[in-house]
Design a protein around this ligand. Structure first.
Ligand code: MTE
Ligand code: MO
Length: 496
């Protein structure tokens, strides 16, 4: 039995504290974008089981509201970076998670390679009553004795085991079950957790469990005596110099807190730089997932959500209103750029290119979902008509809503988004003209909107005015690949 922790436990323990705090704060930023938790993927307004917001929106269609109105601004003290920065919070979360999983993997390998697993993995059922007795001992303000030949008492061993071999994997699994690409490719995987909202709720409860563990663990360190405990976990030996151990330990904690102050300030002050820097790690991750998975969703009619949220207010202005009043007979869709045959199509001509319909789940980046049936023209049919040249690598969709007029908040410009060309040829990538068997309603993008079912909702441009094939979207807008990337610092690939 070691009276010490091996060096690799000391290091991975520190890294775990470091990464978990980053994950918790950036996770809270993600939650602030849609501060409601559901068990049902229909996300009916008002039926959430938890709400961290005073704002209430009903399914009342007489007053228009958009899901971005539900977003809350949380303080940088709790959220990373705080103040309605979902895009940056996601960047921090997805960058950190890669390192956290790597640390965990290295730790687990070493746990088994060194025989340390004997101290963590229960091998006898008696550990359960022993653990209950140990808790009883604590409640009598006494310290239970350690398991024979082991560094931990029963309740401690069982807690560490559950934390490392149950909670952490569940947290990773529920995290993966929120990716639109994963859900689109493996719809049954999502069902394991009761759908995306079930996964989202469990992921949040997992955070609560980590927080509760941290509070209890810290309390226990205090109960057992900080100098002795710090000597073991900081210097790896309970007989090491305790002053040194406490100093180094406190310095480590202070370092982590200082790091958080600096990155929160930096992220808020230099948002574009943060998006670009973290993007180096996060973008390839998002791109690989978007490239690998194609959507295989086929929901039943009965799964269609009674209420489908809206994000983005419709175009304002006489032109659009007149066109809508005329049933979009004057509408023309321009398709050009790096193509051999640029075209301008009426709705009639567009409809003539082919038809498919699909019942699929919409995943907004904020976190809500809804199932609907979308009918329209496969985008591949448009590609076949215009023939993109070999230089075309991205498709850009330009919309009719000027966000400066429809939303404000200091943001401006017409909405647009781009995506890599390979996504355009997926069978479930369509230009939708219908929703749930009726012509597309105004708020959902009439007369034409994009559906690309492995991606987050913000890619699915509504009120499309034109489509352009380009080599690189860098010279469009602010160059980040779309309006939400430009203005809200989202990542361009949207598979997670
Ligand atoms: N033109 C335009 N398209 C848009 C948006 C927008 O603001 N303007 N919002 C996007 C976002 S973030 C989402 S989640 C979906 C929402 O689609 P829905 O309103 O049909 O639910 O539309 C996307 N397409
Ligand atoms: Mo969205």
């Amino acid at each position: 039995m070691p009276s010490f922790f091996p060096w690799w436990v000391v290091i991975t323990h520190f890294l775990n504290i470091f990464f978990l705090l980053l994950l918790a704060r950036s996770g809270l930023e993600v939650l602030s974008a849609f501060p409601k938790l559901y068990w049902n993927d229909d996300c009916p307004p008002g039926r959430e089981w938890a709400r961290f917001s005073k704002k209430m929106y009903g399914a009342d269609s007489r007053r228009m509201w958009s899901s971005l109105d539900e977003e809350e601004s949380w303080s940088p003290v709790v959220a990373l970076p705080g103040r309605k920065n979902l895009g940056l919070g996601r960047h921090w979360h997805f960058m950190t998670v890669q390192f956290w999983i790597l640390t965990g993997a290295v730790y687990v390998v070493l746990v088994f390679a060194t025989g340390y697993w004997r101290y963590l993995i229960p091998t006898r059922w008696e550990i359960v009553p022993e653990a209950i007795r140990a808790v009883g001992t604590y409640l009598h303000f006494q310290l239970p004795s350690k398991l024979p030949g082991q560094p931990f008492e029963a309740a401690q061993k069982l807690t560490y085991f559950l934390l490392i071999f149950v909670l952490a994997p569940v947290q990773i699994a529920t995290g993966a079950a929120m990716s639109p690409s994963v859900l689109a490719r493996f719809p049954r995987y999502g069902k394991l957790f009761g759908g995306k909202q079930g996964a989202r709720s469990l992921h949040f409860l997992g955070l609560c469990a980590f927080a509760a563990f941290t509070a209890l663990h810290t309390f226990m360190v205090i109960v057992h005596g900080v100098p002795k405990e710090f000597a073991s976990i900081v210097l790896g030996d309970e007989h090491a110099n305790r002053t040194l151990a406490v100093s180094v330990g406190l310095l480590g904690i202070f370092g982590i807190l200082l790091f958080h102050v600096i990155i929160s300030w930096f992220s808020l002050r230099y948002r574009r730089a943060t998006q670009r820097l973290l993007g180096v790690m996060v973008d390839p991750f998002e791109r690989v997932i978007s490239r690998t998975f194609t959507s295989r969703q086929h929901f039943a009619r009965g799964d269609i959500s009674p209420y489908h949220r809206v994000n983005g207010y419709p175009p304002t202005g006489a032109d659009y209103e007149q066109m809508a009043a005329d049933g979009f007979t004057d509408y023309r869709l321009a398709v050009g750029g790096l193509v051999e045959h640029p075209v301008s199509l009426s709705l009639e001509q567009l409809r003539g290119l082919g038809r498919r319909s699909q019942i699929v789940k919409h995943n907004c980046i904020q976190g809500w979902t809804a199932v609907a049936e979308w009918g329209g023209v496969p985008l591949s049919a448009v590609l076949a008509l215009v023939c993109p040249t070999a230089q075309a690598h991205y498709v850009v969709f330009y919309a009719m809503d000027d966000k400066g007029l429809t939303e404000g908040e200091g943001r401006y410009g017409f909405f647009y988004e781009s995506m890599e060309l390979h996504l355009a040829t997926n069978p479930q990538t369509i230009l939708a003209l219908e929703m749930n068997g009726a012509p597309l309603p105004i708020e959902h993008g009439a007369p034409v909107r994009l559906r690309v079912e492995t991606q987050l909702g913000f890619k699915m441009v509504k009120w499309i005015k034109a489509i352009e094939f380009v080599a690189d979207p860098a010279d469009i807008g602010m160059g980040m690949g779309g309006w939400r990337e430009d203005q809200q610092y989202y990542a361009n690939a949207a598979g997670i």
